[in-house]
Unconditional design. Structure first.
Length: 128
């Protein structure tokens, strides 16, 4: 049996969006996607596809790239970085004020792993 690996940036962004908004309970409940650009085209530098927010606060920005999604976390940069690394995701700090953490979501499988980083940003840790 052949297993397809989803690596198209647009499809990864759609899978991630579904994972983020499907939760009705637990630490991810109440997340919403705002500033959604349904016509966003992938670009090498990343095109803003949507923001992940909770209670009016932006937690992360999702940028569409040809072969991945780049999540730019605005909160809990150290916790997000540690948790994302533990989940097997590629992570990079962004040297801005306040500091941010970039997490690269490169496949459909990574979309599920990225939920741990979102939980960490919300203060829920990866074990919820």
């Amino acid at each position: 049996m052949v297993e397809d690996r989803v690596t198209d940036g647009r499809r990864v962004a759609q899978l991630l969006a579904s994972e983020l908004t499907a939760r009705e309970d637990g630490p991810l409940a109440g997340l919403e996607l705002v500033d959604v650009d349904r016509d966003a085209e992938p670009s090498a530098d990343g095109t803003l596809a949507y923001r992940v927010a909770r209670d009016g606060e932006t937690v992360a920005d999702a940028y569409l790239q040809p072969e991945r999604v780049r999540l730019e976390f605005r909160v809990a940069p150290e916790s997000v970085a540690d948790t994302a690394r533990e989940a097997g995701l590629r992570v990079r700090p962004k040297a801005v004020q306040p500091p941010r953490t970039l997490v690269f979501v490169e496949s459909g499988v990574d979309a599920k792993r990225a939920l741990d980083a979102v939980r960490a940003a919300l203060g829920g840790g990866a074990d919820f």
